[in-house]
Design a protein around this ligand. Structure first.
Ligand SMILES: [Zn+2]
Ligand SMILES: [Zn+2]
Length: 348
């Protein structure tokens, strides 16, 4: 079968590998779609410490069910979560599940950009396979993981209905975060984004205040107008850029929260006025990844039509053309979210 792998720094390769087998307690899934994440792009650029496998937003069809697995049958449409917390260590017991030391060691094999992949026993046992409702198409299903990352973030930072939110960066995860915050009752959601295409998708999705951060003072005046000059309850750096982080920090109200949501480059430094943060009582909260609970909650929001993610996947590209999918995903003026499609994909 075909598999997309990192073949050294900056080199993406499609290679032939033997199809996976389902051992005891394991499941093999035939891939239908898998989103290209910003972290996949960063891995390819060599910017992400957690190098290795590509593709972690997969949906597909159960192909083989190993001995001892109950409740799943071949042919079922599923979402699969690649990482699972141990649920047993001090970090997990405190509820910080995505920061569990063994969380990012678990993974699907050989990754999501493969015709089929094996789901290890620990993932199966800890609920990483979720049945996908018929009402959710493959492309939308591939957004479950990144949207759940936004939900995990919103819970960790203490987001409430009625809060005002400003996002710096409206790439795929920024847009998902914004749609989710609006669906969960945000009073106002504004955002800044360099790419005109992404700004247009934000506006089409219902955001009324979307600015180009190169326009001097535009973010500040949008936030001032929306909050009576106070600043937002929650500002989100939805890109790893230190410039974005500085802008986001400047837009938070006194006592408000700055969510460090986008992946910063390894070695990058926080360059903000610490006395300003101190005197204004700004909480800086990094958030990372998600768990089955939030994936299930996002799934329910979609099934109940409380959340609409249409328009965010702009391209569906077959696994055979993986380099093209990565080129598109890496070009903010050409695409928003790119879903790679596999052999189980049938357009609905
Ligand atoms: Zn991701
Ligand atoms: Zn743990």
């Amino acid at each position: 079968m075909k598999v997309g792998i990192l073949d050294g720094p900056g080199r993406l390769a499609l290679v032939e590998r033997p199809s996976p087998h389902a051992g005891k307690g394991e499941v093999v899934v035939r891939m239908a779609a898998c989103g290209v994440c910003g972290t996949d792009l960063e891995k390819l650029r060599g910017n992400y410490q957690s190098a290795g496998r590509l593709g972690h937003e997969p949906v597909g069809v159960v192909e083989v069910v190993g001995d001892g697995v109950s409740g799943l049958v071949p042919g079922e449409r599923v979402f699969v979560h690649h990482h699972v917390p141990c649920l047993n260590c001090p970090v997990c017991r405190r509820g910080d599940l995505t920061f569990c030391p063994s969380y990012s060691r678990s993974n699907i094999d050989p990754g999501g950009f493969a015709e089929s992949f094996r789901v290890p026993r620990e993932n199966v046992e800890r609920g990483a396979i979720l049945r996908l409702d018929r009402s959710i198409d493959w492309a939308t299903g591939s957004l479950l993981e990144p949207t759940a990352c936004a939900l995990t973030a919103q819970r960790r930072v203490g987001f409430h209905a009625g809060d005002s939110v400003f996002l710096v960066g409206l790439g795929p995860v920024g847009l998902l975060y914004a749609r989710l915050a609006a669906a969960l009752g945000a009073r106002w959601v504004g955002g800044a984004e360099l790419s005109p295409l992404r700004r247009a998708v934000a506006v089409a999705g219902g955001m009324t205040s979307v600015i180009d951060p190169r326009e001097p003072g535009a973010a500040e005046s949008a936030v001032r107008a929306a909050t009576g000059g106070d600043g937002v309850d929650l500002a989100v750096a939805a890109t790893g850029s230190p410039v974005a982080l500085r802008l986001a920090a400047s837009l938070v109200r006194r006592g408000g929260t700055l969510n460090l949501f986008g992946l910063p480059d390894a070695g990058s430094r926080l360059d903000v006025d610490l006395q300003d943060l101190y005197l204004r009582g700004i909480r800086v909260v990094p958030t990372y990844a998600t768990t089955e609970r939030e994936v299930g909650d996002v799934h329910a929001l979609l099934v109940n039509r409380r959340l609409d993610l249409s328009g965010i996947v702009t391209h569906q590209v077959a696994l055979d053309k993986l380099p093209e999918a990565f080129a598109l995903a890496g070009n903010p003026d050409a695409a928003v979210k790119v879903a790679v499609t596999g052999p189980a994909f049938h357009p609905s």
